[in-house]
Design a protein around this ligand. Structure first.
Ligand code: ADP
Ligand code: MG
Length: 318
């Protein structure tokens, strides 16, 4: 990029987030240098958000910055990793300083909120796209995989499902909501909250976990396939807002994307631990929505059952 790429990086991206104790060299050299504490393992992931694909082109720089980091942190949460540092690759159509300043402020706020340090990146010109690579830490072998579900385990989800998808439909004029609910749902879409508060719970109790980005059914299906098991879930137990329940629009919760809640499996003898969690964490309630079975994938809906095994979530290349 132009010569002032360097002043932009210095001004807006050299001190973002919370300084990591493991950072030896951060932004400004040819590469960053990071230490990994000897009793820990590094968990890394990367997510790209492209304008017009992952967010409407009209989305504010504030929301784009927040969401770009949050969706990565959600993957770390699902692995039961504690955020440590991240890299940012920013592709911008033009170096609009107002946009960059807003993006940088919001990225800093998100990074501070979740205690993660920006240690480097890349800046270039092109259609708006943001790639972030995050790294987190877990005590050796205490990461949680998708493949650990056991028949008899309870299936849990955090928070509520379907609001982000409802917000998107409302934004596109496909569904009418009253103003307050509409802005709540749009907020869920633009400002996902990675469930990092669940990291300790997952390390202690989860046999498997995944974050819900493509819809509950699609993401739970990934866990089932990788664990070689089945599941039965109950539509009436899905945690949804009253609008979705009263309008019988459970498809938002089942198939809608962008929730960034956690779905995990927990041994059935851990009911007391789940209850204790819920009594002490009012803002991150865990709901049992069903259980792991030997095979099949079934939705109970009142007196009816539906076979979910052939359904598919959002696929970029389908
Ligand atoms: P090089 O040309 O050697 O690849 P760059 O000019 O791309 O170096 O980057 C210089 C420094 O600025 C590096 O430390 C790099 O990690 C950092 N950097 C570049 N872009 C960003 C960004 N968007 N956010 C954070 N750090 C960045
Ligand atoms: Mg470079």
């Amino acid at each position: 990029m132009a010569a002032d790429e360097f002043s932009i990086i210095r001004r807006y991206f050299s001190t973002i987030g919370k300084a990591s104790a493991n950072r030896v060299i951060g932004v400004g050299d040819d590469a960053a240098v990071l230490a990994v504490p000897p009793d820990q393992q590094l968990v890394v992931c990367m997510d790209t958000l492209v304008s017009g694909v992952h967010f409407p082109a009209s989305t504010s720089a504030t929301d784009v910055a927040w969401k770009s980091l949050a969706v990565n942190l959600s993957d770390l949460a699902a692995m039961a990793a504690t955020p440590d540092w991240f890299l940012l690759s920013l592709t911008l159509p033009q170096a609009s300083e107002a946009w960059i300043a807003e993006f940088s402020r919001s990225l800093h706020e998100a990074a501070q909120t979740y205690g993660i340090d920006l240690v480097g990146g890349d800046t270039c010109r092109g259609p708006l796209s943001i790639s972030i690579q995050t790294a987190g830490l877990v005590p050796r072998e205490h990461f949680i995989r998708r493949s650990g579900c056991q028949p008899g385990d309870l299936i849990l989800v955090s928070g509520t499902l379907g609001e982000a998808a409802l917000g998107l439909q409302c934004d596109q004029g496909l569904v009418q909501l009253e103003d307050e609910l509409a802005s709540q749902c749009l907020h869920r879409l633009n400002r996902p909250l990675p469930r990092l508060e669940l990291v300790d719970f997952l390390r202690q109790f989860a046999s498997a976990a995944i974050d819900i980005s493509d819809g509950l059914v699609a993401d739970l299906q990934h866990m089932l396939e990788q664990s070689g098991v089945g599941a039965i879930i109950d539509s009436s137990r899905l945690p949804v807002n009253t609008w979705i329940r009263e309008h019988k629009q459970m498809h938002y919760a089942l198939y809608g994307g962008d929730d960034y809640e956690i779905c995990c499996s927990v041994a059935a003898n851990r009911k007391n631990d789940i209850e204790h969690w819920n009594n002490t964490n009012p803002h991150c309630q865990l709901t049992v929505i069903g259980e792991i079975t030997e095979s099949g994938f079934v939705l109970v809906n009142g007196p009816e059952t539906e076979d979910l095994s052939p359904t598919r979530g959002y696929r970029h290349f389908a």
